[in-house]
Design a protein around this ligand. Structure first.
Ligand code: SF4
Ligand code: SF4
Length: 209
C-alpha cells in the first residue's frame, strides 16, 4: 500500500482494520492466502502470516469467512462506523461515487462507439469470374464510383491472354470496395452486385474485410 493512501479521505494507516491469525488454530490450508487478492498474507512454515495488514480492504472479511477453523478475526465493525461518523466521510464518498459513475459512463460510451465502428462495413472484397474485355468492366467500375465517397482498390485481373480477354476468354478478377471517408459502404454494395450481374459475370465470393 502506498504510504499516503487514503480511505475516503482518512489515512489508511489510521484504520486498524486487518485480520489477525491465531497461529495455534491455523491448519495451513492456504484458503485465506488464496482468497485474498490484496497480498495481505504469506504462508510461512505451513501457517498463514499477515504480512501487509494495511493492504486489507476496509470492511472486507472474506478470508475470515472462508477459514475452516475460525483462526482469523477482525475488529468489531463498530470501529468502521465510528470512523465514518467522526470523519464525516460521506461528502468524499459522494464525490468519489460521482467520479466513478462518470468514468463508467465514459467507458460505456467508448465501448458503444467502438461497437458502432465495428459494425460498419468500410471494405469488402469481391471475386468475380467471366469475360471482362469487351464489356469495358473497369470503365463501368470507374463510372459507378465517380464523384462518390467510394473506390475500387487492389484490382487484380487474372486473364490467360490479353487478346483472349478481349475475345471474352473466361478470366478472374478480384477487387476491394472501400470508402474514401471511412464511412459505411453498405448502400453502395448492391450497386456493385448489380454491375456484376448486368455484365453477365459470376460473383464467386464477397467478404467483408
Ligand atoms: S484459512 Fe485459516 S486455517 Fe487456512 S491457512 Fe488461513 S488461517 Fe490457516
Ligand atoms: S479481509 Fe479481504 S482484503 Fe482483507 S485480508 Fe481478508 S481477503 Fe484480504
Amino acid at each position: 500500500m502506498a504510504k499516503d493512501e487514503l480511505w475516503h479521505g482518512i489515512p489508511r494507516k489510521d484504520i486498524p482494520w486487518f485480520p489477525t491469525v491465531d497461529a495455534d488454530a491455523c491448519i495451513g490450508c492456504t484458503l485465506c492466502f488464496l482468497s485474498c487478492g490484496r497480498g495481505v498474507y504469506e504462508m510461512q512454515d505451513n501457517k498463514s502470516v499477515v504480512l501487509n495488514p494495511y493492504n486489507c480492504m476496509v470492511g472486507c472479511g472474506t478470508c475470515g469467512t472462508v477459514c475452516p477453523t475460525q483462526a482469523i478475526t477482525f475488529p468489531e465493525r463498530d470501529l468502521i462506523w465510528k470512523l465514518e461518523r467522526e470523519h464525516k466521510i460521506f461528502g468524499t464518498v459522494r464525490k468519489e461515487s460521482t467520479e466513478k459513475k462518470a468514468k463508467l459512463d465514459a467507458a460505456k460510451a467508448r465501448a458503444a462507439a467502438e461497437d458502432a465502428v465495428a459494425k460498419l462495413t468500410t471494405r469488402t472484397r469481391f471475386e468475380v469470374a467471366g469475360g471482362f474485355g469487351e464489356k469495358r468492366f473497369l470503365v463501368q467500375m470507374e463510372e459507378l464510383a465517380k464523384d462518390r465517397p467510394f473506390d475500387f482498390v487492389n484490382v487484380n485481373l487474372n486473364t490467360p491472354t490479353v487478346k483472349g480477354a478481349m475475345e471474352n476468354t473466361p478470366s478472374f478478377m478480384s477487387f476491394e470496395v472501400t470508402s474514401t471517408e471511412q464511412a459505411d459502404i453498405q448502400e453502395f454494395l448492391p450497386e456493385v452486385r448489380d454491375l456484376i450481374r448486368r455484365n453477365g459475370l459470376v460473383l464467386a465470393s464477397e467478404n467483408k474485410l
